[in-house]
Design a protein around this ligand. Structure first.
Ligand SMILES: [Zn+2]
Ligand SMILES: [Zn+2]
Length: 170
């Protein structure tokens, strides 16, 4: 999505409002995480001491499998894209280019790449269907959230087995 900042850059308004949607793109090597369309964003550009600061809230959801029980799970994520905008009229030394800044060659701001990068950066490392997901039994593989097994009860540490002999069943 491209925003035309020409009026904002030319006059005294102190904020420029941004709002829109973006389609998800292909994720490289992120397991089976899928970003659900659309990615929504809303924010502003602020004029602060002659500089331009971009602050955009991004809202999206992902579909993936719970890391413990493998159940398909949808998670909502919120993240913030916060960057300084540098108006580059062609006289900036390219060596100074920095990923922390957005360089504008003219008054058209295309936010898509920046928003998508922020989405990729903010993807969670670990996703659980719920904080207290019990996961799968490491022995028989059943889902311990919905079923139970006695695998773990039958697997007693041999050292504990010795202790058990000291306390015979009554
Ligand atoms: Zn789970
Ligand atoms: Zn089991």
């Amino acid at each position: 999505m491209i925003f035309d900042l020409s009026t904002f850059l030319a006059n005294k308004d102190s904020t420029f409002h941004l709002e829109g949607e973006l389609e998800s793109r292909a994720l490289a090597k992120e397991g089976n995480i899928r970003v659900i369309d659309p990615i929504k964003f809303i924010g502003d550009i602020f004029k602060v001491d002659g500089e331009y600061e971009l602050q955009v809230n991004i809202y999206y959801s992902i579909n993936t499998d719970c890391n413990r029980c493998l159940k398909p799970t949808t998670v909502k994520i919120e993240t913030v894209l916060s960057e300084k905008i540098i108006i580059d009229k062609g006289n900036t030394n390219s060596d100074k280019y920095d990923e922390e800044y957005i360089y504008l060659q003219d008054s058209l701001l295309n936010l898509d790449d920046y928003i998508w990068s922020q989405v990729v950066i903010s993807l969670p490392m670990k996703i659980l269907c719920s904080d207290n997901c019990k996961g799968l039994c490491p022995r028989c593989g059943i889902d311990l959230n919905t079923q139970s097994c006695d695998c773990m009860e039958n697997t007693i540490d041999p050292r504990l087995e010795k202790l058990k002999e000291l306390f015979p069943k009554e």
